[in-house]
Design a protein around this ligand. Structure first.
Ligand code: SAM
Length: 271
């Protein structure tokens, strides 16, 4: 077989069709917004991402699937203007709240989806386009083309490595098979087929995660599994409880065996 005979799009679709988790809707993200903001806004992920990003103070950045502003908020302190796009109203609400507290006035929020007509929404081309942990789309090639077209200097994409945020041991504990679906290697190869030779760096997170309560930890683990049965719910709680410890300051720490790992894929669009 030759490399050019590999149909990455079809392989991506097939791998996606067999993944263990369902694509989330905007209402799912609405429900998760407050907890996600709590856990992610000062996560070590932010510092690792920002360390790789190259921007100039007079640049503008488009952040697609911005969530509660995990990156849009620190970025707004570094560049002229940030457009933060997300289809979840609650995520944008979290972002607005935090931008206000930080006194940031250079973030424009847009409630829209990957598949909306960004031209009709009058979203201009920015110097940099970002999609961090938000590439949950049905047409990956189309989304990558879109990001490329909306950035005059560079694009930064954060994609899953293997299981990404999912904990494979949880699936084993509740008695389900786990198929993570396509990860960054498909994205990288699809970019190659588009004539884009991207660079890759990796962001590795700690195996311990902090929660404000046991319930928050349980909620975060329930998010990984669709249509939990009563028996699975019991097993999930037992799995979480066995790994959860309360710290001296009252928060809860959960240690998992497979820490989340992310690929930071980036390329310049100005040649
Ligand atoms: C895991 S969060 C990532 C947030 C942030 N970029 C980060 O790295 O922390 C995924 C975000 O993508 C958004 N999202 C998912 N699918 C989307 C779509 N089709 N259009 C717009 N936003 C989407 C969700 O609402 C959510 O806020």
């Amino acid at each position: 077989m030759r490399y050019q005979d590999i149909d990455w799009d079809t392989m991506w679709l097939e791998s996606r069709a067999h993944k263990s988790w369902k694509k989330k809707k905007s209402s799912d993200w609405d429900q998760r917004a407050a907890g996600f903001a709590e856990r992610n806004l000062d996560s070590p992920f932010v510092a690792q991402f920002m360390a790789h990003l190259q921007t100039e103070p007079d640049w503008t950045v488009l952040d697609v699937g911005c969530g509660p502003g995990t990156l849009a908020i620190p970025l707004a302190g570094q560049v002229r203007q940030v457009t933060a796009l997300d289809y979840s109203a609650a995520m944008l609400g979290e972002l607005d709240k935090r931008a206000k507290i930080a006194g940031l006035q250079n973030i424009t929020t847009v409630q829209a989806s990957w598949t909306d007509d960004w031209q009709a929404l009058k979203i201009p081309r920015h110097e940099v386009a970002i999609a961090s942990r938000s590439l949950s789309v049905d047409d990956l090639k189309g989304a990558l083309r879109k990001l490329n077209a909306w950035a005059s200097k560079a694009v930064y994409v954060v994609d899953r490595v293997g299981a990404g945020p999912f904990d494979p041991d949880l699936f084993a504990a509740i008695g389900r098979d786990f198929a993570p679906g396509p990860d960054y290697i498909f994205t990288l190869n699809i970019l190659y087929t588009l004539g884009i030779q991207a660079r890759v760096d990796f962001i590795s997170l700690d195996s311990r995660r902090t929660y404000t309560s046991r319930e928050e930890a349980l909620q975060s683990y329930r998010w990984m599994v669709d249509d939990l049965t009563a028996v699975e719910e019991e097993r999930l709680a037992a799995y979480v409880d066995a790994r959860l410890n309360q710290t001296v300051n009252g928060s809860w720490q959960l240690a998992r065996q497979t820490p989340p790992r992310w690929a930071l894929i980036w390329w310049r669009t100005d040649g």
